[in-house]
Structures are given as C-alpha cells and as structure tokens.
Design a protein around this ligand. Structure first.
Ligand code: NAD
Length: 275
C-alpha cells in the first residue's frame, strides 16, 4: 500500500459485480495531489479544498511571496518554480512521493493571459510565453506525473483550460489558441492513458474572481455590463471552480475521461442576447 495501513485497499472488489476493481488507485478520494498555480485564485482554492478533505498537497507556483501564505496550511508542501520547465514538474511529483508516499492526482492549473494584438511589436514573444506556460507546462506535467500514477494503479489528471478555449474574445488570440489546444491535448492524453487507469479531463472556467480579473473588479460599470451577459448574472468564486476540480479528480468521476467540464454560469450556452 502506498499510503500506509489506512490507505486504499488495493485488493478490493466492486460490490455490484464482484469483479476486481479495474482501477485500484481510485477506490478512495485523492490523498496525494500536486496543484500548480497554487498560490492564488482557482489553484489556491483547490489546495484549500483538497486539504480540508484530507489530502496532502504539493503546491507549485513561481510567485514565492504568495506561495508562502499557502504553505502555512497543514499538509501543504510548497515548491517555488516555473511550470514551463521540466525540472519544476519532475521535482513536484518527486516531492509528492517523498513527503506523502505516492501520487493520486495532479491539477495542472497555472496559466497566464497577456495576448498582444496580432501585429503589435513583441506579439510573437508574448504568445511564445503564453504557450510555454499554458500548453507546454501541462504537457510536461502529464509526462512527469503519468509514470507515478501508473505505478500506483491509476489516478486523475485535471487541466485548467477556459471557456476561452471553446470560443474567442476580441484581442486574446494567443490565450484562446493556448486554451483551445489544451482541450484537445486532454482528449489525446485521455485516449493514450485510458488503459493505464489514468483519467485526463479539463475544467473550462468562465469568468471567475481571481487576480486575472482584478482590473475588471475595480470598474463597477464594466463588471455590471459583463454580469448582465452571464446567464447566472455573476462571476464565479474560485471555490466553485475548485469543487469541479475536486469532482474530476475524485472517484465520483471514475467513468469520465477526455472531457471538458464547463463551469461558466451558462455563458457558453448563451447567444449573449441581453434580456
Ligand atoms: P491567478 O492569477 O489568480 O492564479 C494563477 C497562478 O498561476 C498564480 O499564482 C501565478 O503566480 C501562477 N503562475 C503563472 N505562471 C506560472 C508559471 N510559469 N509557473 C508557476 N506558476 C505560475 O489566476 P486564476 O484565475 O486562478 O488562474 C488559474 C487558471 O484558471 C489559469 O490557467 C487561467 O487561465 C484559468 N482561467 C481563469 C479564469 C478566470 O476568470 N479567472 C477563467 C478561465 C480560465
């Protein structure tokens, strides 16, 4: 057993069928999780939720100052690093094994915006960086985590994409491209890893109150204008995204792989016509 005597019973059978559970690594809630982009917003809310529900978490972020605040939580091991490097991803999963004795799930959530107009000076350099963090980062995360998840009998990978990967906004082409690619990356990885008991899914958040939208929050007129276009008439709280991450990482989602869970207050379902 990877987690000591109280860990999941690797020899269990499913009561309904009497068959041996095909994915013994998923018999219980995730107990050891790596979360990237963990210092702020959705990632931080996910760390808090996993810890509340009994998991040990390796919290990865390149913002050392805010990461220190998250590191004050019990059962959180911080790792300062850039997710677009192999080193950070490999160190993160190695720390999970070293500190908590295994790995059940990874939440590849770190992401950045900052697209410049197509023809602006520096546009391609800005796009390179967005793609490195938003796409290369999760690819490296999958490469690093999969062997350990497989070794434990299976597990879950959750990638934070965006509704911006399903539709486009004016002036955010590089972000749109990175998140759209992530959604198809998740499908491809899900297919490749399905027989190894590793589920891979994306979360597509809609507008959520995090640092990414700090500028909007300071403008009540703009906020009200945006909220009128969201069917549920408000931005999400980070915790509401974390609950969806939890679900995708948990055995409650044991038959879900290769999909994108849209958590957007109805934005993507809407034509945007104002009532
Ligand atoms: P956030 O800025 O509050 O959190 C992102 C975290 O990622 C930060 O702590 C940041 O330091 C970290 N990070 C950025 N680049 C990194 C790197 N190279 N290496 C390590 N850490 C890095 O924003 P958030 O809204 O919580 O964003 C989380 C994810 O949700 C992102 O992928 C974002 O694209 C996605 N998302 C957010 C919204 C929204 O409205 N907030 C909507 C859709 C998707």
């Amino acid at each position: 057993l990877r987690h000591g005597p109280e860990g999941p019973d690797m020899t269990s059978t499913t009561p309904e069928s009497g068959r041996r559970d095909p994915h013994p690594g998923e018999t219980g809630a995730p107990r050891v999780v790596v979360v990237t982009g963990a210092a702020s917003g959705i990632g931080r809310a996910a760390v808090e939720l996993f810890v509340e529900r009994g998991a040990g978490v390796v919290a990865v972020d390149h913002d050392e100052r805010t990461l220190k605040e998250v590191a004050r939580l019990d059962r959180v091991v911080p790792l300062a690093g850039d997710v677009s490097t192999e080193e950070t991803n490999h160190t993160a999963v190695a720390l999970a094994v070293e500190e908590f004795g295994g790995l059940d799930a990874v939440v590849l959530n770190a992401g950045i915006g900052g697209t410049r107009p197509f023809e602006a000076p520096g546009a391609i350099e800005a796009a390179d960086r967005i793609l490195a963090v938003n796409l290369r980062g999760p690819i490296l995360g999958i490469q690093a985590a999969a062997p350990l998840l497989r070794a434990g009998g299976g597990g879950a990978i959750v990638v934070t994409a965006s509704v911006a990967g399903l539709r486009a906004d004016p002036g955010t082409w590089a972000y749109n491209a990175s998140k759209g690619a992530l959604i198809n990356l998740v499908r491809a990885a899900a297919i490749d890893y399905a027989t190894q008991g590793i589920r891979v899914n994306a979360l597509a958040p809609g507008l959520t109150w995090t640092r990414i939208n700090a500028g909007v929050r300071q403008d009540p007129v703009l906020t009200a204008e945006i909220e009128r276009r969201i069917p549920l008439q408000r931005f999400a709280e980070p915790r509401e995204q974390a609950e969806a991450i939890w679900f995708l990482a948990s055995p409650a989602a044991s038959y879900i792989t290769g999909t994108t869970l849209v958590v957007d207050g109805g934005l993507d379902a809407s034509l945007g016509t104002l009532p």
